[in-house]
Design a protein around this ligand. Sequence first.
Ligand code: G3P
Ligand code: CA
Length: 225
Amino acid sequence: MLKIGHRGAKGYEPENTLVSFQKALDLRVNGIELDVHLSADGEIIVIHDETIDRTTNGKGFVNGLPLQELKAFLIEEKYEIPTLEEVFDLVNQKCFINIELKSHDATDKVVALIEKYVKKKGWKYDHFLVSSFDWNALQQVALLNSKIGIGVLTETDLDMALAFAETIQAKSIHPYFHLLTKENTANIQKKGFQIFPWTINEVEDIQKIKKYNVNGIITDFPDRI
Ligand code: G3P
Ligand code: CA
């Protein structure tokens, strides 16, 4: 069962920061999950929200600020907002990276960056997974490069996610964990998809979902898996 650190190790360090990803690596995760948006000057920025208001000491939309200005605002007065490339370099093939596209605009650039790391830096396509609730963005990934693994996110409808995963030959389905039962988990796996539910933090919930034999668990507390 794969341990996937949500926004790094969000339970222990500020989400989507290099320290959070390093903490996840220290906890020996198999993968990390992170969120991306584009900056005003087209850099891929690792941040969950479309604004910097909640997580930094600044204000404004990520896509309204250039990288240099985004870097000037700090998370918990200490940490810079990382770019996706900075996270790739930190992780350096030690685990896989589940990149959640929060904005459709970032799709082409994320695909191009993955291709760069595979073709020029010796990474494997298995080091990457691209997930999103925006299924149009996932369709675009499939059209751009069929070698990139795709994870279909859903909060509400497992059947629709399964049908869509079949149309784009996705690698995995990432459901809100309350949607799962032992039966539907087995049924989806029989059709050839892996299941990575999110975001499971309570020990009791982790124990319950483990009994369904999911392929991995996305959690803020990777050491609880
Ligand atoms: O990847 C699953 C999970 O991260 C989706 O929800 O809001 O934490 O991005 P959220
Ligand atoms: Ca996410």
